[in-house]
Design a protein around this ligand. Structure first.
Ligand code: PEP
Length: 257
């Protein structure tokens, strides 16, 4: 997968006010160097209230750290209290946004149609959606993880063009592995990531299959990332808990060491 640059993305979730966010980005910037950024794309996903501060820091110091949001409204403007639009995120320099994270699906009842609408809203503002997919424990126990995740993929990319899909990032995040300390084995991650890639080829083109980056997420830590990244269809990691400490996140970016 030489054509696909590895991506390590930190999902900070509901952590870090804007002061704490500035501190963490500064710590990352201090530790990471040009060789790290050449080898691996580094992205952080802070809360909305930190984005302006992160933008100012990244722009002012010309940092190679990318950033984005954890959610986006499917609407561009109007009477949608509490929502944040793609246009607002683009103005803050966001390159990425999570759509369909399992915590949004679970606690905010986001279904595949909403996730698809959010992906389209992001693309309309030139922001790359990180489309999160993954089965719960019941589906895994029944052995249906591939069929379940492929169905989520098809619903998530509905009506997207080939060009849009090639820009997309997909994150396979089995729900039973998120925040539980129970990481999928490299073979489990490869099984589903490989199936997702094959389906992209069937739905679109061989190029879409070859170029779209597919991440694994779920209890990724410094001591388990290497085996997962060694798998041919895994192009990076979406990291929650282990992205909150600079030292640990830097180790993840240096997964080859
Ligand atoms: C996530 O929320 O995307 C995630 C993978 O969390 P954790 O790394 O904490 O399991």
């Amino acid at each position: 997968n030489a054509k696909r640059k590895p991506l390590i993305a930190g999902n900070w979730k509901l952590n870090n006010n804007h002061f704490e966010s500035i501190k963490l980005v500064q710590q990352l910037a201090f530790s990471l160097n040009d060789a790290d950024f050449d080898a691996t794309e580094v992205v952080v996903l802070p809360p909305f209230t930190s984005l302006r501060s992160v933008q100012t820091l990244v722009d002012g110091d010309k940092l190679n750290i990318g950033y984005g949001a954890q959610d986006i409204s499917q609407h561009e403007k109007g009477a949608y209290t509490g929502e944040i639009s793609g246009g607002m995120l683009a103005k803050l320099g966001c390159s990425y946004v999570l759509v369909g994270h399992s915590e949004r699906r679970q606690y905010h009842r986001e279904d595949d149609a909403i996730v698809n609408a959010k992906a389209k809203a992001a693309l309309a503002s030139d922001i790359t959606p990180i489309l999160c997919l993954g089965e719960g424990l019941d589906v895994r126990k029944a052995g249906d993880q591939v069929a379940y995740t492929l169905a989520q993929l098809e619903a998530g990319v509905k009506d997207l063009t080939e060009e849009q899909v090639r820009r997309l990032v997909i994150a396979y995040e089995p729900v039973w592995a998120i925040g539980t300390g129970e990481v999928a084995t490299p073979e489990d991650a490869q099984e589903v990531c490989g199936a997702l890639r094959v389906r992209l080829g069937e739905l679109y083109t061989p190029e879409a299959s070859r170029e779209t980056r597919i991440l694994y997420g779920g209890s990724v830590k410094a001591d388990n990332i290497a085996g997962i990244m060694a798998k041919s269809d895994v192009d990076g990691a979406l990291v929650g808990g282990a992205s909150l400490k600079a030292e640990e996140f830097v180790k993840l970016v240096r997964f080859r060491d």
